[in-house]
Design a protein around this ligand. Structure first.
Ligand code: DGP
Length: 118
């Protein structure tokens, strides 16, 4: 039987079927460098479990989202971004710029970031 996770790019990275510069892994989360960085620091934090986007996170999984945010904060700190600041971006849906349909939080920093975003 096939599942959406089978062909999912980020599921394949999580399963280490595809290479990535891995920053963190535990039982639930995975963090890795973005392959097309938009800032000097640009990494992604994802749940290992496959959800296509924020729209697919069921009620009751708030803890997972909180865990991702706090892990993003920890890694940003390890990268020396805590003082200067960083931005966490969650593109949801095609018009928002989501191109990989496995929920992922971008963490960007290391340069001034404009507002409003693109
Ligand atoms: P989004 O457009 O929000 O869905 O962001 C997808 C991000 O994923 C984009 O910044 C580029 C990154 N990305 C796409 N393919 C790969 C890959 O194979 N490896 C890594 N490390 N990042 C990827």
């Amino acid at each position: 039987m096939t599942s959406p996770a089978d062909g999912c790019l980020f599921c394949r990275i999580v399963r280490r079927e595809l290479p990535a510069r891995v920053l963190f892994e535990d039982g639930r989360l995975f963090a890795f460098e973005d392959v097309r960085p938009q800032a000097p620091a640009h990494f992604l934090v994802v749940p290992k479990e496959h959800f296509a986007s924020l729209a697919d996170i069921p009620a009751g999984r708030e803890g997972l989202l909180g865990e991702i945010l706090l892990r993003a904060r920890t890694i940003a700190g390890e990268k020396g971004l805590a003082g200067s600041g960083y931005r966490i971006v969650l593109n949801t849906g095609a018009e928002a710029g989501q191109s990989v349909f496995h929920i992922h939080f971008h963490v960007l920093g290391g340069r001034p970031l404009g507002w409003p975003p693109g």
